[in-house]
Design a protein around this ligand. Structure first.
Ligand code: GUN
Ligand code: FE
Length: 457
């Protein structure tokens, strides 16, 4: 049987998905049609033209889009759920850097990344943007393992050349760039589902020379970027000392083209093409850089920084559980959404303890309520449907037409068995999804998972 046949079928079940931030569609006993890995839409009655396709009958189950983890650290999976008693910079130095140093040892990486890949495969996540460590052999090994899961991911060899322990540094900007090029030569185009992404850890770990080289590399190779931005107040103050020339933390990336280039007039090619982009014309601005970028957190972005992110079309990866565990703060997600910015959700393991994106959805709702209650009553809390949007379409668009079951989207789907979350009440489809997000660990089960029409399980 050819691939196009295996990737063409009909799923029958109780379907719910976002059409947009504000449009949520929930239907009992409906049909989602997949042809060649692409959704043809959701139907109450199966149209005649699809009658010949095999039907996977999941009546009584929930059918939802796959979830997108826009920010997660694979080498930190080993210490998830412990070591959350420090703030960011101390947490990095005390727990994170020593752990990531261990990935110089391929045997350790093999075991640790094996668990990560297995568990990610079994999770609700269908797509992810992943930080590895700075070690090239271990990063290539992680990519091999992820490719075997059938999930679609971006993976980054992390770059670090300052303020790092001897056990976790590339040594110099030149050495870091050379290692990155060697890694890219090894892995670029080597996989169907696993793609490289340029990954400066964050400004305190990367000299200007390294940032400049990475921006050039992203432009030359047409690669996206991921990093951290304005997560913690002490971090932001430190960046001010390290880069006195920058008006805001965001500029320490933007100067080198590392925030992406959605600046429409400057953009060459489409948002999903990964092509190079000409920068603006400010002093010291490089000519080329990444077409798209993810910045994790943005908890304390100044109005000026927000405007820069908006102008560049930078994706914000909101990581509410991590922000609570490492006591960083709460991102003003509602403000970013009101500005029309692209926002997705990240687990940020091991800042976040849980790999579950369902947990990410409910954490986003809870964080927004606390922010509203304790910080700023002008920003309304997120609804569950809005948080579900962040976990699907919000982050999904970084990968292309991803994150919805509407016609034209890649067929990434989960079939959820919620029969074990028992209640005598008759619940609507929308309520059942909300309950699954909150209670998936108390009787819920992911029965099937599809990525671009391919069955993962
Ligand atoms: N900033 C720089 N590195 C990290 C990291 O590993 N985790 C988090 N949460 N923030 C960071
Ligand atoms: Fe992170």
């Amino acid at each position: 049987m050819g691939e196009s046949q295996t990737r063409s079928f009909v799923l029958r079940g109780d379907v719910c998905y976002n059409r947009s931030l504000t449009e949520f569609d929930a239907r009992r006993d409906a049909y989602v049609v997949c042809v060649d890995g692409v959704s043809q839409g959701v139907f109450d009655e199966l149209p005649d033209r699809y009658q010949g396709l095999p039907v996977v009958d999941c009546a009584g189950r929930l059918v939802v889009p796959g979830l997108v983890d826009l920010h997660v650290h694979a080498p930190q999976y080993t210490f998830r759920g412990i070591a959350m008693d420090l703030e960011l910079l101390d947490w990095l130095n005390t727990y994170t850097f020593p752990e990531e140093s261990k990935y110089a040892d391929l045997a350790y990486a093999d075991e640790a990344y094996g668990y990560f890949a297995q568990d990610l495969r079994a999770s609700a996540t269908t797509r992810a943007a992943i930080f590895a460590s700075l070690h090239v052999p271990a990063t290539a090994l992680l990519m091999d393992k992820l490719e075997a899961t059938g999930l679609k991911t971006y993976v980054g060899k992390v770059n670090m050349d300052r303020n790092s322990p001897d056990s976790l540094t590339d040594g110099s900007a030149q050495a870091s760039l050379a290692a990155t090029c060697a890694w890219l030569d090894q892995v670029d185009g080597a996989y169907r589902n696993t793609r490289p992404i340029i990954t400066p850890r964050f400004t305190p770990s990367c000299t200007d020379a390294l940032m400049e080289g990475l921006g050039a590399l992203a432009g030359e190779r047409g690669l996206p970027v991921q990093s951290h931005l304005s997560e913690n107040l002490t971090e932001i103050a430190w960046v001010g000392e390290l880069c006195p020339w920058a008006a805001c933390y965001g500029e320490t990336y933007d100067r080198w083209g590392l925030l992406g280039g959605a600046d429409k007039g400057a953009r060459k090619g489409g948002a999903d093409k990964g092509g190079a982009t000409e920068r603006g014309t400010g002093p010291g601005v490089t000519e080329r850089g990444a077409s798209k970028a993810i910045m994790a957190h943005c908890n304390y972005s100044s109005p000026e920084e927000v405007e820069l992110l908006r102008a560049r079309g930078t994706y914000v990866a909101h990581c509410p559980q991590s922000n609570a565990n490492v006591a960083s703060g709460i991102a003003p997600v509602r403000r970013y959404l009101d500005l029309g910015m692209d926002v997705g959700l990240g687990t940020d393991v091991a800042g976040g303890a849980s790999l579950s994106m369902f947990r990410g959805v409910t954490d986003a709702v809870m964080a927004s309520k606390l922010r509203w209650r304790c910080v700023d009553q002008s920003l309304a809390p997120l609804t569950i449907q809005e948080a579900f949007y962040l976990a699907t379409l919000g982050g999904g668009s970084f990968f292309g037409r991803v994150g919805s079951l509407a016609a034209g989207y890649d067929f990434d789907a989960l079939v959820l068995d919620d029969s074990g979350i028992r209640s005598p009440r008759q619940l609507g489809v929308e309520q059942r999804l909300e309950r699954f997000c909150y209670l998936h660990g108390e009787g819920g089960r992911i029965e099937h998972k599809y990525v671009a029409g391919n069955k993962v399980f």
